[in-house]
Design a protein around this ligand. Structure first.
Ligand code: FAD
Length: 376
């Protein structure tokens, strides 16, 4: 028995796809609506930490992800000098357990394809280019009107529609998303043979200039600067700015620089943060992933926390017979303290960098490694 028979998931990102897969596997009827016309997410890379890999294993997609992505256990730190001198090679903590790599880089569209392919095989009924126009709930269900004119009634609606969540707005849940003060350029490029794990340079023209392999042949590189209004930048300027910043770094950056020519492979965005206080639901509608919490990627934990939300929510739904306020309150109660710690630590790291302050980074990293090593 599960607490729900029918669920609507709004949003096909990691949180939505994972929720849908786990529910459908358990025999729940799941509809998923995704606003975008297909699964192709932002053409950049993502780092999935051990605790994210643990959930991917639960979703039975880990092997496929490991084939397509690039797993590693080390982080190389280089100096911002012309030779990009290696100052440390750190062995990263395996937060997913000793049998999982510490982290894995992956091309975001590949991850999206793997997850949505798995959702389809699990029986999730997905509709693209579709969203929810409005919803109305009563004590026994939620009536939904979709933008394609259709309607549906569900036991539960899961808002997994990202940091500017429309579901959150439909619920009238106020939440202020704040800029952290940093902006990031991300570039998708070929992997130089010498790059076999994530590498980072702290300092120089950027707060961080780093890269992470996403497959045998590719990596994503990133340059973190003060947040700037880049909304009107032209394609030519985009390439020039990134080449200028990347060109100020040595080592593998020299080879990566050669490949920075295509504006379509470059993305700019700000670091933002928000954290919704309890509860993360209103009646029979619950928010998961970035819709409820978002953090700067200084610990690369956003998607990991979104995946954990999905796993915990479904575990609670499958272990109860009725869906009530207590069940959804228990979901927030289990997730909020852990997510709060991750969001606050991620923001703290960014603040130390913005203030050019040393901070006790090892202690903070140790605390987060400890936390994420325990099951969500
Ligand atoms: C620069 C940057 C780098 C990052 N790097 C990492 C990293 O390395 N590792 C990591 O773990 N995390 C990282 N993150 C965070 C991570 O990307 C997010 O935390 C994660 O994607 C959240 O997943 P989600 O499913 O909640 O939301 P999203 O991934 O945003 O997915 C939401 C989905 O909902 C869809 N949608 C939106 N509105 C609607 C609507 N009204 N109706 C239907 N569908 C809708 C969207 O199209 C999207 O497909 C990074 C974030 C940023 C900004």
């Amino acid at each position: 028995m599960a607490a729900v028979d029918s669920v609507l998931v709004i949003g096909g990102g990691v949180a939505g796809a994972a929720t849908a897969i786990l529910l459908a596997d358990a025999g729940v009827s799941v509809d998923l609506v995704e606003m975008k016309p297909d699964v192709t997410a932002l053409g950049s890379g993502i780092t999935l930490q051990g605790n994210a890999l643990r959930v991917l294993r639960e979703l039975a997609v880990l092997d496929e992800c490991l084939v397509q992505g690039y797993a590693a256990d080390q982080l190389v730190i280089r100096a911002p000098d012309p030779a990009a001198t290696v100052v440390a090679t750190l062995t990263e903590h395996r937060s997913g357990g000793p049998d999982l790599p510490a982290s894995m880089g992956m091309y975001r569209p590949d991850l999206a394809r793997v997850l949505m392919g798995r959702a389809e095989r699990a029986g999730v009924k997905t509709r693209f280019s579709t969203t929810v126009q409005d919803l109305e709930q009563d004590p026994s269900g939620v009536d939904v009107r979709f933008t394609d004119g259709s309607t549906g009634r569900y036991d539960l609606v899961v808002g997994a529609d990202g940091l500017r969540s429309w579901t959150r707005r439909l619920l009238d849940v106020p939440l202020e998303t704040r800029s952290v003060g940093m902006g990031i350029w991300r570039v998708f490029a070929p992997r130089p043979a010498e790059v076999v794990s994530s590498e980072a340079v702290y300092g120089g023209r950027c707060y961080i200039a780093g890269y992470t392999p996403t497959s045998e042949s590719s990596l994503y590189a990133f340059l973190v600067e003060d947040a700037q209004d880049r909304t009107t930048i032209t394609d030519e300027e985009k390439v020039a700015v990134v080449r200028d910043l990347a060109g100020s770094y040595g080592g593998p950056w020299r080879e990566i620089l050669e490949a920075i020519t295509d504006p379509a492979a470059i993305n700019y965005t700000w670091f933002e943060e928000h954290l919704l206080d309890a509860p993360w639901h209103r009646g029979r509608v619950v928010l998961v992933g970035d819709a409820a919490h978002t953090c700067p990627p200084t610990l690369a934990q956003g998607a990991a926390q979104a995946l954990e939300d999905a796993a915990v929510l479904v575990e609670l739904l499958l272990s109860a017979d009725v869906l009530d306020d207590d069940l959804l309150s228990a979901f927030t109660a289990r997730r909020l303290p852990r997510v709060r710690e991750v969001v606050e630590a991620s923001v703290q790291l960014a603040r130390w960098q913005l203030a050019h302050e040393q901070g006790d980074v090892p202690a903070l990293m140790g605390r987060i490694a400890q936390l994420t090593s325990t099951r969500a």
